[in-house]
Design a protein around this ligand. Structure first.
Ligand SMILES: Cc1cc2nc3c(=O)[nH]c(=O)nc-3n(C[C@H](O)[C@H](O)[C@H](O)COP(=O)(O)OP(=O)(O)OC[C@H]3O[C@@H](n4cnc5c(N)ncnc54)[C@H](O)[C@@H]3O)c2cc1C
Length: 474
């Protein structure tokens, strides 16, 4: 086997959302950055198999067109192609990075061997700092017979040759629920199976119940507390699924199965033990600077053992690492108190910080601001009055937020700023919000809450005054 050693300032393993964000930052500062990816096209899950295609599919489905699947796939590819240049090998090479496509393995804490596709040759890269950004892949449920059926994941769903008549989606987290609404709206009869009591179980209960009702109204069947026991392919268009639903066995028929049962970190082939990097089944263990136990090796993005598997969190972790590489321990640590997340269904659900359940578990004494979108002119104009804003407040500061509405994702940004700057909710009232916008909702909600608070304070004086004035009038 041929091998030669190259020296880099920084090696990044994985060229997806996190790896590329970090590469760009460090290359601009003049570091010699090497990127290794085992897939021929950089960009990672978000561009190729995650955010971009799924949000495009949802956008098409939202238009209410029962589509020609070939045209839909073509459109998804066009969207990918338009976004791809910012995440391409050419782009990072222009910034001064070197890219190698191959399979990396740690030889020791500072050296990585990169094997060619045919495994016949390898190069060795050496660096004082190494960052692992290899993301995740779908977890495949070990159900008897499932491997012999038409089973898809977010990685393979775009290989479907035509839209099936029916689809059973196993799993009701973000991926399962987004695809459920998209396919149902495209004319597929969708059934969702979930083993927990409700869909989107980590979100605010009221939000998940509202969305569940919307999905059921659109025709999606949802089986909660359901477990799949056995799959049998009957013919090319029919799969029988034996499920245990609320302690009863039953059989469902479907044309295809879609698995959305969680993610596994891409760590198996990296020989992490050679580098002294600790990990477990959920991912790599890191500290507040995203350093592993081997202090010169970092992990960013989805490969970390954390629940924040979003493209923006991959970028955020890249930002924290880039600062730490320069400023060492003078750099700020990650703050995970206001991580935003959005489910891009219609209505959207946006969440930030704590849910009520989490605040109760942490025994935080909070007050609730609750306001409904039926009082927002924009929502009435758009005929989308469904949804609410729920803020958890401690001393008039937001510690958690759930927003359900057409544009919930956009409304989170202003709330995030409020939390990050530790500002009280009154700060929102100082900003002029354009009328009639979705963003105006926050101002309306806070004003209504503060008015109510004021009424409560005034009420004890108001009632005796009313009585006195009544006597005076007599
Ligand atoms: C269906 C779906 C929809 C999503 N929608 C959203 C959304 O709307 N908004 C959002 O914020 N997030 C969304 N996400 C999550 C988002 O895609 C991820 O959080 C993001 O891609 C994580 O970035 P990353 O850099 O950690 O990993 P990735 O972007 O996955 O990049 C990992 C890179 O590492 C490479 N790699 C993997 N293993 C190896 C190896 N052994 N050696 C070398 N290279 C390797 C891969 O080829 C890839 O290029 C979605 C995910 C899915 C699955």
């Amino acid at each position: 086997m041929k091998s030669k050693t190259k020296h880099k300032s920084l090696i990044i393993i994985g060229g997806g959302s996190g790896g590329l964000a970090l590469a760009g930052r460090m290359a601009r500062l003049g570091l010699q950055v090497g990127i290794i990816d085992h897939y021929a096209q950089l960009g990672g899950d978000c561009l190729h198999l995650g955010c971009v295609p799924s949000k495009t599919l949802l956008a098409i489905a939202k238009q209410g067109i029962e589509g020609d699947w070939e045209q839909i796939k073509q459109h998804i590819n066009q969207v990918r192609e338009r976004i791809q240049p910012r995440y391409s090998q050419q782009y990072v090479e222009q910034l001064g990075c070197e890219v190698v496509i191959g399979s990396p393995k740690f030889i020791d804490p500072n050296q990585v061997a990169i094997f060619s596709r045919d495994n016949l040759s390898h190069v060795i890269w050496q660096a004082p700092k190494i960052v692992i950004a290899t993301g995740t892949r779908p977890m495949i449920l070990p159900v008897p017979g499932l491997d012999k059926t038409e089973t898809y994941t977010n990685e393979t769903i775009y290989n479907l040759e035509s839209l099936p008549k029916s689809m059973v989606i196993i799993g009701a987290g973000v991926t399962g629920i987004e695809f459920a609404q998209a396919f149902q709206r495209l004319g597929v009869k969708v059934t969702v199976l979930v083993h927990s009591e409700r869909i989107l179980r980590t979100l605010d209960k009221q939000a998940s119940e509202l969305l569940s009702a919307v999905l059921k109204k659109e025709g999606i069947e949802i089986y909660t507390r359901a477990k799949i026991k056995q799959a049998t392919k009957v013919n090319a268009h029919k799969i029988n699924l034996v499920i245990e639903h609320q302690d009863t066995l039953m059989t469902l028929e479907t044309e295809v199965v879609f698995l959305a049962t969680g993610r596994l970190p891409n760590i198996e082939n990296l020989d992490l033990d050679q580098a002294g990097v600790p990990y477990h089944a959920q991912g790599i263990i890191v500290d507040g600077y995203f350093r592993t136990k081997a202090k010169h090796i970092y992990a960013i993005g989805d490969v970390i053992a954390w629940p924040h598997r979003y493209a923006h969190m991959a970028e955020y972790s890249a930002k924290i690492v880039s600062r730490h590489l320069y400023l060492k321990n003078f750099a700020p640590k990650a703050n995970l108190n206001w991580v935003p997340g959005v489910i891009f269904t219609q209505p959207e659900i946006g969440s930030l910080g704590l849910t009520e359940q989490e605040a109760q578990e942490k025994k935080i004494a909070y007050d609730i601001l609750y306001w409904e979108f039926k009082a927002l002119d924009r929502a009435i104009i758009d005929s989308r009055p469904q949804g609410f804003i729920k803020l958890l407040l401690v001393k008039q500061k937001v510690v958690g937020a759930t927003v359900v509405c057409e544009r919930a994702g956009e409304i989170l940004a202003e709330l995030g700023l409020l939390m990050q700057k530790n500002l009280p909710i009154q700060a929102i009232l100082e900003t002029i919000h354009a009328y009639p916008t979705w963003g105006e909702s926050l101002q309306r909600a806070i004003q209504a809450y503060l008015d109510k608070q004021q009424d409560k304070q005034v009420m004890p004086y108001f009632i005796p005054w009313k009585i006195i004035s009544w006597f005076c009038k007599r």
